[in-house]
Design a protein around this ligand. Structure first.
Ligand SMILES: NC(=O)c1ccc[n+]([C@@H]2O[C@H](COP(=O)([O-])OP(=O)(O)OC[C@H]3O[C@@H](n4cnc5c(N)ncnc54)[C@H](OP(=O)(O)O)[C@@H]3O)[C@@H](O)[C@H]2O)c1
Length: 336
């Protein structure tokens, strides 16, 4: 089978196209013919050696793939050949809290990923995706989509009439904005690009702010909400943005700590948390149960995730380069 391998975590030159034997299915495993896989910031971090959890090489990269089951193990009853599925980011996280042993099997990191024609997955580690989605659209869901869902609804408790804040127009933020709007919430989104903000507006953003042109964006968020502040923020940026996100929240609001897209750091000022009675949750993508709940919401809403650009497998390096440039809006997907 054709696949991509990371052979060195020294940057883009550590990627290569490879051939491997198609894996043999164990009793509780499934073989999935992957048709599309999407890039996340974690994948760029892994490639540059900046990821905290150990990755042994060579490793097939990417956590987010969608495909069709072509073979099931002898003991598998949960899914069947022909099902259109996504792999779950953590292959063993079905429900409940994220225990350390769950984190040990993460696709494209501690476990082989999905940038391959055939991926061997746990039968418990796949989820049927909504019927109205293409493979390309479904490939955006396992990490970016589920992280946004977890932060907004499972941890944040977002509901109709609430206001959510999204920082930047990357994969997590754009899908988060779509999910929030579908749930009847107001969505404020920031970006360094007016062009991207115009796209966000077309997609349903209630309000947009250029965080470069307006360094006081947090104060603007408070103004937009009549001084109340937002109910939820997906904190994907880190660095100085964390302070702004804390400022933008209403009393009793929820911060989902997700990432450090603008760099390391991002101190959580305990005084802010205490005085405003904030709720804070560290997000680790999400469980299979959360993924299934998100899929039900996507189905009811008829939501289509935003795919900015697609590449073929042979152009995987170009896809990574494009992703690293940060020019994308939403997701970049590789087709197989
Ligand atoms: N904890 C988890 O489970 C989890 C899951 C998924 C992702 N993450 C993390 O979440 C972060 C976002 O992931 P992603 O895949 O959505 O990344 P992404 O697609 O690469 O996001 C790129 C966007 O981030 C925005 N950005 C950069 N610096 C910013 C700043 N100072 N303020 C606001 N926005 C800024 C930019 O938006 P504009 O171009 O519009 O300015 C950029 O285009 C990453 O750090 C990732 O590792 C964590």
């Amino acid at each position: 089978m054709r696949c991509v391998e990371i052979v060195a975590t020294s940057g883009i030159e550590g990627l290569r196209l490879a051939e491997r034997p198609t894996p043999k299915v164990g009793p509780r495993q499934v073989l999935v013919r992957i048709h599309a896989a999407s890039l996340n910031y974690r994948d760029a971090m892994i490639l540059s050696g900046g990821y905290v959890r150990g990755v042994s090489l060579p490793r097939i990269p990417l956590s987010d793939g969608a495909g069709e089951i072509v073979e099931v193990g002898a003991e598998v009853t949960r899914v069947k050949v022909g099902d259109r599925v996504c792999g779950t980011f953590f292959q063993r996280w079905i429900t409940g809290p994220v225990f350390p042993e769950i984190q040990e099997a993460a696709l494209g990191g501690t476990a082989e990923g999905v940038l391959t024609e055939y991926a061997l997955l746990e039968s418990d580690g796949v989820v049927r995706f909504p019927e109205h989605l293409s493979f390309i659209e479904a490939a955006t869901l396992p990490c970016a989509g589920l992280t946004a869902w977890h932060g907004l609804f499972e941890a944040g408790g977002l509901k109709a009439g609430d206001t959510a804040l999204f920082l930047g127009t990357g994969g997590v933020s754009v899908l988060g904005m779509q999910l929030a709007r579908a749930a009847g919430a107001r969505a404020i989104i920031t970006s360094s690009s007016d062009e991207k903000l115009a796209r966000a507006k077309k997609l349903g953003a209630s309000d947009t702010i250029n965080y470069v042109g307006n360094p006081h964006w947090a104060a603007t968020v408070r103004e937009i909400t009549g001084g109340r502040g937002v109910d939820c923020v997906l904190e994907v940026a880190g660095g100085a943005s964390t302070k702004g996100a804390l400022e933008a929240l209403r009393n009793g609001g929820h911060m989902a700590i997700i990432g450090g897209r603008s760099g390391p750091g991002g101190e959580l000022d305990r005084r802010f948390v205490l005085q405003k009675g904030l709720r804070v949750t560290g997000i680790n993508v999400g469980s299979r149960a959360m993924f299934e709940a998100m899929n039900r919401a996507i189905t009811v809403a008829g939501l289509h995730p935003v795919v900015d650009r697609t590449y073929e497998l042979k152009d995987a390096v170009a896809a990574y380069r494009d992703f690293q440039s940060g020019k994308h809006f939403g997701k970049i997907v590789i087709t197989l």
